[in-house]
Design a protein. Structure first.
Length: 568
């Protein structure tokens, strides 16, 4: 059998492929266009959310760049489930699961049409790692392009984000804010297109894409409505064609060093704990050995040097104006904390950061010699409550240890009602269980609860632990991703109100002052959905300590598929 120059030759060369060519000609393609490399442009556009509503516009210059470089683009749609809208509702169960769906859809459309490369336009946060997961899985020339951050909203002359709206809900419930001010904040927090503007999950993962080489330097930094965005995206189209012609597959870009870079920039910017899940998932898809403990080691040696919300003062557009990702990478490189790697631009990472200017007087990114905090924002803990590990979010918390009595809730809604009723007091450890990847299902984020606690003034006075996860906008002393989760028999399922819980970040421990062997197993909880996508996800999803993926090898002992009879 003759060796093919490109994947697409399988569907367009030879007499037997005349039917396929006939279908392609019906779309308006010429002989010259048929002869060119064929590129998937996967667009997660939607008008349900500002994060993705402008991606339809960005697809046009991207396709122009591909055509001008001598290839033929085909645009396909995928989905987005936006966290900011679904937060606190049943819909939030679909958010993390949507990552798997987007990754699968990119794989299917690229494989199904034998395309030669793929570029994904992404916005709201799960679409970003999903694109990287698919590109890693396919091992084809691929690129991730982030639609960009929203600009700051304004309230009483102060920059605000969606985080401030969630916290305003807590302040309103506590009687600290009236209806009119809550409405004013709601109306002004999100001024237009773009993903949430703090160093929440979308901006954390967009930064990670650049640091691991899957996005060209600086492109993801450009805000959604900035006039330079379209030209930058157009240039990305030509870069991708160069990758296809040079046969530079994702496996030649992704490496262990690339993943270490991604974890380092997430840590140095006090980014979202969701980065732990997503980088682990990308590693699994790429077949790279990368374990959850890497994040603790990186956090201990990497200081926080970016003053970004939710713990800091600034937003992603401010970081762009200050000098952006190149400035951050240069600071970390000078401290010996980054690896020089290949990138999709054709340049090495460090070379791509040369000749980039720092804005005089900027206050967003500081030097590693005088960091904002001496250690990064993640801690990976174990103990009798988390035998497989869990993730502590440290940025914005007052210390590295906390001991208090457990206040146990069986769902996010139950906990939120208690917070609204002001039944949580200083010193409590709020426990939210049955919200893990399988038990939720979907591992919902707890921003409604954590923001309400902050709004009531309890952000630094209580701790919260869960087998669910947190929004990137969460700050305070929070521990999530507890594994095994309650639904799969984890010790968190055996906690009772009043049990003394200790979080000890320095010693990497999460423990209850309980001998769990003396307690009877928790009653079995059936999976909440008997059919459909959520039921399938609940059965297939792996542990949070493995990235909560569904494409994990079925022969691997880490993947345990519960039945309705034995679900704990």
């Amino acid at each position: 059998m003759a060796t093919r120059e490109n994947n697409s030759e399988e569907i367009k060369q030879g007499p037997s492929r005349a039917p396929a060519r006939a279908m392609l000609r019906a779309t308006g393609l010429t002989d010259a266009q048929l002869a060119q490399p064929m590129i998937a442009v996967v667009n997660t556009w939607s008008d349900v959310t500002p994060c993705n509503m402008h991606l339809r516009r960005l697809a046009e210059p991207l396709k122009e760049g591909i055509r001008a470089a001598g290839a033929t683009p085909f645009e396909f749609g995928s989905i987005v489930v936006t966290d900011g809208i679904s937060m606190g509702s049943e819909g939030m169960k679909c958010s993390l699961m949507s990552r798997e769906h987007v990754a699968d859809s990119i794989e299917l459309v690229t494989r199904g049409h034998c395309l030669d490369g793929v570029v994904a336009l992404v916005g709201c946060d799960k679409t970003i790692p999903a694109a990287a997961m698919a590109i890693a899985r396919l091992n084809v020339p691929g690129m991730v392009i982030y639609g960009g951050s929203i600009m700051a909203g304004k309230h009483k002359g102060i920059d605000i984000t969606i985080q401030d709206v969630f916290e305003a809900v807590g302040a309103h419930a506590a009687g600290k804010m009236d209806d009119q001010e809550l409405a004013e904040i709601e109306s002004s927090a999100c001024p237009g297109a773009g993903a949430c503007g703090g160093q929440f999950t979308a901006n954390t993962m967009a930064l990670a894409m650049t640091a691991m080489g899957l996005s060209p330097m600086g492109v993801n930094d450009i805000p959604a409505e900035h006039p330079d965005k379209e030209d930058a995206v157009r240039a990305c189209g030509a870069m991708l064609v160069d990758l296809v012609r040079g046969k530079v597959n994702s496996g030649q870009v992704l490496s262990r060093e690339a993943l270490l870079n991604a974890a380092t920039v997430a840590t140095a910017t006090a980014g979202s704990t969701n980065a732990v899940l997503h980088i682990l998932a990308i590693a699994r898809e790429a077949g790279i050995e990368f374990e959850i403990d890497e994040f603790d080691a990186i956090s201990r040696r990497t200081p926080i040097i970016a003053d970004l919300k939710p713990a800091g003062r600034f937003m992603a557009p401010h970081m762009f104006e200050a000098g952006g990702t190149p400035l951050l990478v240069n600071r970390l490189r000078e401290a010996g904390l980054m690896h020089d790697i290949d990138t999709v631009s054709g340049e090495r990472l460090f070379a791509a950061c040369e000749s980039r200017d720092e804005t005089p007087g900027q206050e967003v990114i500081v030097g590693t010699g005088q960091p904002l905090k001496p250690r990064g924002g993640f801690g990976i803990l174990y103990g009798n409550l988390a035998p497989e590990g869990c993730v502590a979010k440290l940025a914005g918390s007052g210390g590295f240890s906390f001991t208090g009595p457990a206040r146990v809730f069986e769902s996010e809604e139950e906990a939120f009602r208690a917070v609204e009723a002001r039944k949580i007091v200083s010193g409590d450890v709020v426990v939210i269980r049955n919200e893990g990847p399988s038990g939720g299902p979907g591992m919902r984020e707890m921003l409604g609860v954590t923001a309400a606690l902050a709004g009531e003034g309890l952000g630094g006075e209580v701790a919260l632990i869960t087998d669910g996860r947190f929004s990137g906008a969460t700050h305070g002393f929070m521990v999530g991703h507890i594994a095994p989760e309650a639904a799969r028999g984890g010790p968190i399922s055996l906690l009772r109100d009043g049990d003394l819980v200790t979080i000890d970040v320095e010693n990497r421990r999460l423990d209850a002052d309980v001998d769990f062997s003396t307690r009877s197993p928790a009653p079995a909880r059936p999976i909440a959905y008997e059919s459909g996508a959520l039921a399938k996800y609940a059965h297939l999803v792996s542990s949070a300590s493995q990235g909560a993926v569904t494409s994990f090898p079925f022969s691997d002992t880490q993947l345990q598929v519960p039945s309705k009879e034995n679900a704990q």
